[in-house]
Design a protein around this ligand. Structure first.
Ligand code: ADP
Length: 596
């Protein structure tokens, strides 16, 4: 949308024009002899006749010579609005009278109100009057003409149109919303754009055949080239130009108005019309292109995404060129700006996303490495104890007391090992749905009391008090897992609290849920810790630096257990003040199954 807004701004308009000019120059119409001819009042002619003010007698002579060679039509691009000397005007009038299919120019008054017309004695010999009004774009380049222009209630057709009509002997011009029809020539030109027509210039100045006025006067037979052609007469001498107009071809030097009128004629005669593509179609194409770019980055990854998006961008950016080959003008800025903006923003988003995922993967790998380290380290200790003790028992004849002690040690350590292995497997199996819950009615108070009793020796060692609130709540849950979850929260509270603090355990039935919360006055955690503690193997810095043993697996398993029971777990914590973990489980009547 930003790209489209830019495309519709003056910047976009400039881009459109530049691209149009490049495409127009790159796609010239097929080269063949021009159907029109310019009788050029050039520097040489002006010098010969003594300046533009004295041109009328020479023009009269040239018209008489021309008429002998039967041109299809003659259009004079000089506004003959002022009388000169009677001799000059009489001569010109005779010349005009001898000219068949004559079109005379009218120009818009400088005030913009009404037309400057030829004086009556000239006008009455003309088949029609035509406007020679130019409508350059804001960059002063004349890319289009208005086929018809109205002022002061008089509507005139452009000189190229009138010359065409006169040359082909066609009386009527028929108009509809989207075209102007002269005989069997249909010109695509919309009424709502004031009947604009994009001029298909033939090329660099001079590709419409020119005949110099002075040459015709010197050698009348040279006018034979005018036979059957539409002749446009006008000033081309730079010094004598009344209108300086740039065209897409003019590289710094202006084109004479008469040549532009002749170019309009050529556009009609060759039927090489350029049509602006409809706004809705252009919008649709841009939307599809932008979508393709977005989808490429969304669905694909890595260089494949970049390559696919680049192809979509390339297609979008070549639309103006592809359309131009079909004589359709696609606003280039509408393809380029949204296309590139989409590519860059979607690409940047993709890049950031990939970086993020990479970072996550690295973090995960880091955590697994820690886990492996932990497992090898933690498992080695009990294993070494087991190996050492069993070796001693088998090798030496130890006193019974010692044997019993070692047997107990082996038993304890092997239990620790088994617990550790069990926990690893449980997290994995629970999260992949391989473990089924064995639901049974549970008295929450009894379960909490049992856990508290088991943790009490540890708490006593740290002189931590545990306060329990009874609730009479009941749950339908897997006893073993729920017991594990409750015990884990309690043991964390004891592990991560300094000595001589208090822990309070509360169970309560609230609406359709049973809440079990464990609150401590421990070290607490900051917000970044809180977002991570449920991830496997995550331990806070503080926990890692403490003497407390841990795997970073406990809370991952607690969360998994709660989720499997269709519940949720919440935690609030403040560094230095303490933490509160609350498990929220559905009350017995509410159980509908797992949410995962
Ligand atoms: P661990 O085996 O490390 O205790 P857990 O998964 O049970 O693993 O907990 C993950 C981490 O969350 C702990 O290492 C600790 O940093 C933090 N944590 C858990 N409970 C508390 C608590 N009550 N107070 C402060 N930090 C806690």
């Amino acid at each position: 949308m930003v790209g489209l807004a830019l495309a519709w701004s003056p910047v976009g308009e400039r881009i459109d024009w530049s691209a149009y000019d490049v495409l127009l120059r790159a796609n010239p119409p097929a080269s063949r002899n021009s159907e029109s001819l310019i009788l050029a009042i050039d520097e040489e002619s002006l010098e010969a006749v003594g300046g533009i003010l004295k041109v009328r007698e020479s023009l009269a002579r040239a018209l008489e010579i021309l008429s002998q060679h039967k041109p299809a039509s003659v259009a004079i691009d000089i506004v003959l609005a002022e009388p000169r000397t009677p001799a000059e005007d009489t001569a010109l009038e005779q010349g005009l009278a001898a000219t068949p299919n004559l079109v005379l120019a009218s120009s818009l008054r400088p005030s913009g109100d009404g037309w400057e017309q030829p004086i009556d004695r000239f006008k009455r010999h003309a088949q029609s009057l035509a406007h020679v009004h130019a409508e350059p774009d804001n960059d002063a380049v004349c890319r289009r003409v208005l086929l018809a222009k109205a002022s002061a209630r008089t509507r005139l057709w452009a000189m190229g149109v009138e010359a065409y009509r006169a040359a082909h002997g066609l009386p009527d011009i028929v108009e509809s919303e989207d075209e102007v029809r002269i005989g069997n020539l249909s010109i695509p030109s919309l009424l709502r754009t004031d009947r604009e027509l994009l001029v298909r210039y033939l090329g660099q100045s001079g590709s419409i055949e020119r005949l110099s006025l002075s040459r015709v006067l010197e050698d009348p037979s040279s006018a034979a080239v005018a036979r059957g052609r539409a002749v446009f007469i006008g000033v081309v001498a730079l010094g004598g130009l009344d209108r300086y107009l740039m065209t897409p071809y003019a590289d710094g030097s202006p084109m004479a108005g008469v040549e532009i009128n002749a170019s309009v004629y050529e556009t009609l005669a060759r039927r090489s019309f350029l049509r602006p593509i409809s706004a809705s179609l252009a919008f649709l194409a841009v939307a599809v292109g932008a979508l393709a770019i977005g989808l490429s980055f969304w669905r694909l990854s890595g260089w494949t995404a970049v390559a696919a998006a680049a192809v979509a961008l390339l297609v979008l950016c070549s639309l103006p060129w592809l359309c131009f080959r079909q004589d359709l003008v696609f606003p280039a800025a509408q393809a380029l700006l949204p296309g590139w903006l989409c590519f860059l923003t979607a690409g940047a988003h993709h890049y950031v996303g990939v970086r993020g995922r990479l970072q996550q993967a690295e973090e995960q790998r880091g955590r697994y490495q820690k886990a492996v380290h932990f497992v090898t380290h933690e498992m080695r200790t009990p294993l070494t104890a087991i190996q050492g003790s069993s070796e001693l028992i088998s090798r030496y004849n130890l006193p019974e007391e010692k044997q019993r002690e070692m047997g107990e040690l082996i038993h304890k350590e092997s239990q620790r090992l088994a617990r550790m292995v069990e926990m690893f497997l449980s997290v994995e199996r629970l999260s992949t749905g391989q473990l089924e819950l064995k639901r049974e009615p549970i008295d929450v108070d009894a379960l909490v009391a049992d856990c508290v009793e088991r943790i009490r020796p540890l708490a006593v060692r740290k002189r931590i008090t545990i306060d329990v609130d009874r609730s009479d709540a009941e749950l339908m849950a897997d006893r073993e897992f729920l017991d594990y979850a409750c015990y884990n929260l309690l043991s964390n509270a004891v592990k991560y609290s300094p000595a001589e603090t208090a822990i309070s355990v509360r169970a309560a039935q609230q609406n359709d849920s049973v809440l079990i919360s464990v609150e401590d006055q421990g070290y607490g955690m900051d917000t970044s810790d809180l977002t991570n503690i449920f991830k496997k193997f995550y331990r806070t810095k503080r926990a890692q630096q403490s003497d407390e043993r841990g795997s970073g697996l406990g809370l991952a398993l607690v969360e998994e257990i709660v989720v499997q029971h269709a519940g949720s777990i919440e935690v609030s914590s403040e560094v230095g003040k303490g933490s509160r973990f609350t498990m929220k489980l559905p009350a017995p009547g509410q159980i509908t199954g797992s949410t995962k």
